[in-house]
Design a protein around this ligand. Structure first.
Ligand code: NZQ
Ligand code: ZN
Length: 378
């Protein structure tokens, strides 16, 4: 195993009904809150009002910034920074999924920064300080609730890239599986693809091959997510399945499965973020298209890992069997596996964009390699 530093200070409050503790948790963070939320689901379900009431009961005043869209844009971040400053807020409460949490993180960092908050993403500036962030999670997918990453899109430059820094760890995340029951079937499927993708990237590309704990963790996450996603496709209200998937989401990208595995590559995410930036596809749906193609392209270089994956996850023998089983799972839950699903046929601008973003992820890739993967996504 490689040397590593594991640091994760996020307090997790997990369980059905735990959203009722929102006020109790928030009162430690300040008395003026900016609530950040999405386009409408939290308002429609009554969750937004419930949370605001819990905070008000603890004498916390709330200003609401709604309308964060999936694949969140930098303009909303600018609006949020202005609102946060105008109202001199002490902390931010994100009520939503990855898009809302990532926007909240960007606002939290931008609040203290004199320059353009986009600088954190282009790596022109480091996140040194941020407002405290609290999360009430409504989509179990990205792991943003338990990590220090924020992914934001800039439509002017067509870049969807990430910022990272210790101040971006939420102080507390409430993981109440009941809140995810209203997530529709398609997004439930895409969320599961995303969770699986987070552990797959490190599993296949790790520098170190002697990491049985991390590999076992990964395999357990994948097997659980597959089993329980099938349950959810039959019954979106299956609360045990919602709970398992919610915890899987947080564990998959909180640093635990990648600690000690040495260097690894996040290539599927690199390619998918460009797909989202150009075609506004949901993140998980982009990944279910890219992952099988990426696997087919890499199976020969990483044969032993693909054979291990096939055996330990699906009880199959060959690398091809493992890939086929995962692709079959994506198809059975109606996650797209071809770019034709979104009528995407022009790859030139996508490849340029992927090549432009690769260095920021520490990746050195050739155009041919990207082209071969995209060809396999047709
Ligand atoms: O906007 P509203 O009306 O709330 O609707 C949302 C949105 O349309 C809806 N929704 C959320 N909770 C719901 C619900 N509908 C019904 N019931 C609920 N309980 O779901 C839709 C998707 O929401 P979004 O937040 O976009 O989903 P997700 O959590 O998958 O986040 C995706 C974003 O996170 C980024 C992705 O690239 C993408 O931009 N990622 C962030 C990462 C991180 N910070 O660590 C890592 C990931 O790899 C990923 O890149
Ligand atoms: Zn992801």
């Amino acid at each position: 195993m490689n040397d590593f530093v594991f640091y994760n200070p996020v307090k997790i409050v997990f369980g059905g009904g735990k959203v009722n503790q929102a006020g109790e948790e928030a009162k430690n963070l300040g008395s003026r809150c900016l609530i950040v939320t999405g386009k409408g689901s939290a308002k429609r379900s009554g969750l937004l009002d419930r949370c605001a009431n819990h905070l008000k009961e603890k004498n916390i005043s709330c200003t609401i910034l709604s309308g964060v869209q999936p694949n969140p844009r930098i303009e909303k971040v600018y609006e949020g920074i202005k609102t946060a400053k105008d109202n001199r807020v002490d902390f931010i409460l994100a009520i939503g999924g990855g898009s809302v949490i990532d926007t909240a993180k960007a606002i939290a960092a931008g609040f203290y920064y004199e320059g353009d908050a986009w600088d954190f993403y282009t790596m022109k500036s480091k996140v040194e300080k941020a407002l405290p962030i609290m999360v009430v999670l409504t989509v179990a997918a990205t792991g943003s609730e338990m990590n220090s990453i924020s992914v934001i899109q800039n439509d002017l430059t067509k870049l969807k890239i990430r910022a990272q820094g210790y101040p971006l760890f939420p102080k507390v995340s409430i993981l109440d599986p009941e809140l995810t029951k209203s997530l529709p079937k398609d997004y439930t499927a895409y969320a599961s693809v995303d969770i699986i993708s987070h552990v797959i990237e490190g599993y296949f590309t790790s520098e170190d091959n002697n990491t049985p704990i991390q590999d076992g963790f990964t395999e357990a996450i994948i097997k659980t997510v597959i089993r329980d996603t099938f349950k959810l496709m039959k019954d979106l209200n299956d609360i045990e399945a919602r709970a398992n998937i919610m915890w899987a989401s947080s564990l998959a990208l909180n640093g635990i499965t990648t600690s000690g595995i040495g260097k690894f590559k996040f290539e599927n995410h690199l390619i998918e973020h460009s797909l989202s930036a150009f075609h506004d596809v949901p993140h998980g749906a982009g990944l279910s298209i890219v992952i099988p193609a990426w696997m087919k392209e890499n199976k020969n270089n990483l044969k032993h890992k693909f054979e291990k994956f096939a055996k330990n996850v699906f009880n199959k023998e060959t690398a091809d069997d493992g890939i086929e089983m995962l692709e079959k799972f994506f198809k059975e839950i109606n996650a797209p596996t071809s770019l034709s699903y979104y009528n995407i046929t022009n790859f030139d601008e996508l490849i340029d964009n992927i090549m432009e973003c690769a260095p920021s992820r520490g990746l050195v890739l050739t155009r041919d390699y990207i082209e071969r993967i995209l060809d396999k996504c047709r």
